[in-house]
Design a protein around this ligand. Structure first.
Ligand SMILES: Cc1cc2nc3c(=O)[nH]c(=O)nc-3n(C[C@H](O)[C@H](O)[C@H](O)COP(=O)(O)OP(=O)(O)OC[C@H]3O[C@@H](n4cnc5c(N)ncnc54)[C@H](O)[C@@H]3O)c2cc1C
Length: 464
C-alpha cells in the first residue's frame, strides 16, 4: 500500500527543501526511532525538520504523490507511541518551527508555532502577567503541537481544564498538501462543525498543525502547596472527593503511591523521608489572588484530610520547598521508566470512583502477580497505572498484555470511565479500543479519518 523512499522522491523533495533539513544518517534515524513509550523502536527512512509552513506543504505533497507514510513528531515525549514511525517513511520533526509569534495582551491570546516547548510559552506569558494553564508534568520538554495532538492535561487541569479548552484556532496542512485554518480567533464560535476541536486530540492522524491560536487567562498571583501523607492509599482517594464537596477547587491534587515516591527518591538520589506507615501522599495546591482565602482553603483541606486519616498536612513555607515537592512529583514518570521495563496505562474515571479503580487495579495485580506503581491527577480521576515487569517470565508478561490490561480497562468502562485521560491511544493502546467502542463507533471514526486522509499516509497505524 505504501512505497519505500526512492531517489526520485528525494530529488523531488530537494526542489523546495534545503538539504540541511534532510537527515538520512544512521544516528539521526536512530534518534528519531523512539519516543518515551516503553522500550519501542521503529526506524524512519528519513528525518525532515521543516521551518516554514510552505516546506511542510511541499513535504506532504511529495509524500502524497509517492505514497510515503508521514509521522509528525513534536518533542517525542509521548507515552502511547504516537510519534513512532511504525511503517518507516518520513519522520516529520516540528522542532524547528518553534517561534512564539504573538502575545496579544488586549485579547488574551497567543499565536505560536507547534514546536514551542510548553514551559517556554508559560514563562513568556507569565512575564506579561498572563497564564497558559495546561502544564503536563513533561512541560519542560514537550511541544505545544504534541500537546494539541494528544489533548494534553497535567496537574492544573483539575481547575483550569485540558489543552482543548485553550485552543481557539489552528493552521494545518491537510494530507493532500492544502493549508487551512480550522476556525476563528474568537472565544465563541457556533459556525458549522468544530474542526478545531476535532483536530485537538487527533494524534497527528488528520494533518500537520503549523500554527496555534491559544486562549490565555490572567495569572493568579498566589498559590499554596500542601503535602499530605496517608497510611491508606484508598483513604487518600476518598479525601479528594470530600475536598470538592466542601466547595474547594484546588488548582492541583496529585496522588502518589509509596512505591512511586520511592522510585522518585531513588531517581533524584534523595534519602527516603517517608514515615514507615505512609502509603500514599496527596500534593494539593490552591491558587488565587487573596492570601487569607488561600489560607482558609488550606485549613479546610487540612481538616478534611485529617478526618480521612491523613497523618499530617504540611504547608510549604518557601518557594524552594514547593519546588522540591514538585520535582518529586514531576520526575515519577521518568523514575519508573528507569526502574524496570514497564507498561503505563492512563486510566480515568469520574473522581468519586477513584477508590474503586485503585482497589480494582491492585486486585488485578495480585491475580496476575504483577507490581503496579500508581500515581496521577487524582482531582481528574486520572490514575497512571505503571505495571512493572520486574522478574515476570515472558509468559506472565504476555498475560499482562492480553488479559490483565483488558481487565483493567473493562473495570474503567464499568465505572463509567475510559482508557486514556491524556496520553492518547497512539500505537500501544489501539488493540484495546474495542473494549470501549462498538464496531459502529470505530467505523464512524475511520470514516472521519478517510475524509481527511483518503490515502492513509498521515501517521498510519495509530488509533485504529
Ligand atoms: C515524564 C513525562 C511526564 C508526562 N506528563 C504528562 C502529563 O502530566 N500530562 C499529559 O497530558 N501528558 C504527559 N506526558 C506525555 C507527553 O508529554 C504528552 O503527550 C505531550 O503532549 C507530547 O508532546 P510531544 O511534543 O512530546 O509530542 P510527541 O510525542 O512528539 O508526539 C505526540 C503526538 O503528537 C503528534 N504531533 C506532534 N506534533 C504535531 C503537529 N505539529 N501536528 C500534528 N501532530 C503532531 C505526533 O504525531 C504524535 O501522535 C508526559 C510524558 C513524560 C515523558
Amino acid at each position: 500500500m505504501f512505497s519505500k523512499i526512492t531517489p526520485a522522491f528525494i530529488q523531488e523533495l530537494k526542489l523546495e527543501i534545503p538539504e540541511k533539513l534532510l537527515f538520512i544518517d544512521q544516528e539521526s534515524l536512530l534518534n528519531y526511532s523512539h519516543d518515551y513509550t516503553e522500550d519501542l523502536n521503529f526506524l524512519p527512512e528519513i528525518v525532515i525538520k521543516p521551518i516554514t509552513v510552505e516546506q511542510v506543504q511541499w513535504i506532504v505533497k511529495c509524500c502524497a504523490k509517492f505514497k510515503i507514510p508521514i509521522t509528525p513528531r513534536g518533542a517525542g515525549t509521548g507515552l502511547s507511541g504516537g510519534a513512532l514511525p511504525i511503517l518507516g517513511g518520513v519522520l516529520l520533526s516540528m522542532e524547528g518551527m518553534n517561534k512564539i509569534l504573538q502575545i496579544d495582551e488586549d485579547n488574551l491570546q497567543a499565536i505560536v508555532e507547534p514546536g514551542v516547548i510548553n514551559e517556554a510559552l508559560q514563562i513568556a506569558v507569565q512575564e506579561k502577567n498572563l497564564f497558559y494553564p495546561p502544564d503536563p508534568a513533561s512541560k519542560g520538554s514537550c511541544s505545544l503541537g504534541g500537546n494539541i495532538a494528544e489533548n494534553a492535561g497535567g496537574p492544573k487541569a483539575v481547575k483550569y481544564g485540558v489543552t482543548s479548552h485553550y485552543v481557539l484556532n489552528l493552521e494545518m496542512v491537510l494530507p493532500n498538501g492544502e493549508i487551512i485554518w480550522t476556525g476563528a480567533n474568537t472565544l465563541k464560535n457556533a459556525t458549522g462543525y468544530n474542526i478545531t476541536q476535532l483536530v485537538v486530540g487527533s494524534e497527528g492522524t488528520l494533518g500537520i498543525v503549523t500554527k496555534i491560536v491559544l486562549k490565555l487567562i490572567p495569572l493568579p498571583q498566589k498559590n499554596m502547596l500542601l503535602w499530605v501523607p496517608f497510611p491508606n492509599a484508598v483513604d487518600a482517594c476518598k479525601a479528594v472527593t470530600a475536598i470538592f464537596k466542601a466547595g474547594i477547587t484546588p488548582s492541583c491534587i496529585e496522588f502518589m503511591e509509596r512505591d512511586a515516591l520511592l522510585c522518585a527518591f531513588d531517581f533524584l538520589a534523595k534519602p527516603n523521608t517517608l514515615d514507615e506507615s505512609t502509603n500514599a501522599v496527596l500534593l494539593i495546591e490552591v491558587d488565587g489572588n487573596y492570601e487569607e482565602q488561600l489560607l482558609r482553603d488550606c485549613e479546610v483541606i487540612g481538616e478534611i484530610t485529617l478526618a480521612h486519616h491523613a497523618q499530617d498536612a504540611l504547608l510549604a513555607d518557601a518557594y524552594e520547598q514547593k519546588e522540591q515537592w514538585w520535582r518529586i512529583r514531576r520526575c515519577i514518570g521518568e523514575a519508573v521508566k528507569h526502574s524496570s521495563i514497564y507498561k503505563e496505562e492512563d486510566t480515568v474515571v469520574s473522581r468519586a470512583y477513584l477508590p474503586q479503580l485503585l482497589e480494582g487495579v491492585k486486585k488485578i495485580g495480585s491475580d496476575y502477580r504483577f507490581r503496579s506503581v500508581c500515581y496521577g491527577h487524582a482531582g481528574d480521576g486520572n490514575l497512571h497505572v505503571n505495571i512493572l515487569r520486574d522478574e515476570l517470565t515472558e509468559e506472565a508478561w504476555k498475560r499482562v498484555e492480553t488479559e490483565a490490561i483488558p481487565e483493567i480497562f473493562t473495570l474503567c468502562k464499568a465505572l463509567g470511565g475510559t482508557i486514556s485521560g491524556e496520553h492518547g491511544i497512539g500505537y500501544v493502546q489501539k488493540k484495546y479500543m474495542n473494549i470501549l467502542f462498538s464496531e459502529m463507533d470505530l467505523n464512524l471514526m475511520r470514516q472521519i479519518k478517510n475524509v481527511f486522509d483518503p490515502l492513509s499516509i498521515m501517521n498510519p497505524s495509530k488509533i485504529f
